[in-house]
Design a protein around this ligand. Sequence first.
Ligand code: AMP
Ligand code: MG
Length: 473
Amino acid sequence: MPFTFDNSYTRLPQRFYSNQLPTPVVSPSVIKINHRLATQIGVNADRLSAEILAGNMIPEGAAPIATAYAGHQFGGWNPQLGDGRAILLGEVVGPDGVRRDIQLKGSGQTMFSRNGDGRATLGAVMREYLVSEAMAALGLPTTRALAVVTTGEQIMRDGYEPGAILTRVAQSHIRVGTFQYYYARKDYEALQLLADHVIARHYPKAAEADNPVRAMLDATIVRQAELVARWMLVGFIHGVMNTDNSAISGETIDYGPCAFMDTFHPETVFSSIDRQGRYAWNNQPEMAHWNMAQLAQALTPLLGENADTEAQEALGLFAPAFAKAFYRGFAAKLGVGEDTADLRELVTELMGVMAQGKVDFTLFFRHLTAGVGTGTFTNVKAMFTNPKQINAWLERWDAFSADAALMQNANPVFIPRNHRIEEVIKAANHGDLEPFERLHAILTLPYNEQPENAAYENAPMPEEVVQATFCGT
Ligand code: AMP
Ligand code: MG
């Protein structure tokens, strides 16, 4: 048996999900199995087969379901979304005691598919595999990728593309939109059951509080604020931070039109569907706060007599938690141990200098880190056509006596750059998986120097720049 399932979500009432088998595919073939992750989460990878990973064969103990949820998409309310192309096979509990969902994404239509075909393209699956695994290697909370299989079927998007299925692992797939679903239906009994489930699963300490739902809300808000701060510190732009793509566990979820920015600009947007810049790099905290406000609203029936006050107080935790995580993280990026008012000013000034100089975000900190070791900042200065401002900033920063070791652990050398991902997808669509394997291997050690892979540190050449990323659903 590959999985020892212990399914808790199916113990919730039937209105939380629909029983749904994956739709078999013509000719499944394994592209990748993440053996290291399998070991970590207590899955026997030797027993995983293309048939199982494609949903053609249901492993023992699985209870396949599509879960119900709602959500605000780009601010617009949708009372029913749900798993339209994903099936939760079941849950496993790892040797670390952590419970995790095993989900097949791209496994066929469900009652929530609306007009979608329930499938995923190989390109989108590879992007999610690479970026989510890179995030994990960078040390950020994220869903994981256990496997990729191709289906042997062609699916229609911009043209025909190979179909694939991702096996996704998450601490749960419960979203802000899951709470919204029951709140909107005024099904407060289900809302309470969901809150109890989330507390037991993700926030066990909250159970001991006087107001457990309030404690759960507080903890969720703090985790979300910290998550977004950490995204920003590595230059990550999620692209579709809708409430249905906002996980209650505090993990990054749903890698669609996401991207790591190359050239620094606070208002950077990649997603082709984000025309207003709603989810721009520097707008992410505001949007996460907005999402948390929707969660607080959905929980008001459970928050007690002074629900509105409780909700407002909880939301008040977001800004300080974000600022703390953001500036602490930035302090580390600059080799500074402490977050002080002076440090915050230094950071603000640096962001202005970086934006004006149009420098590559990751390379800037990489060169800065290397500079501390050698005592000269030639590579940093060379990034600017007019080095006057950066020289002034470097002088100011010098007073903070940066610690190189701190910087090395905070500034990645390798990130999943868009142009590299595009390269991987193009090759994979022609049957060449070597670029995928290579990029994946590099990204497993993102903070390490890898001289043989130095080309992967580079920013894209002008003709390689990816202007927009697509949902690729
Ligand atoms: P997203 O914003 O990509 O996370 O997806 C929003 C909603 O659309 C979710 O309910 C998905 O399950 C659904 N969806 C996305 N792509 C497809 C597809 N190809 N077929 C069916 N449903 C889909
Ligand atoms: Mg989604």
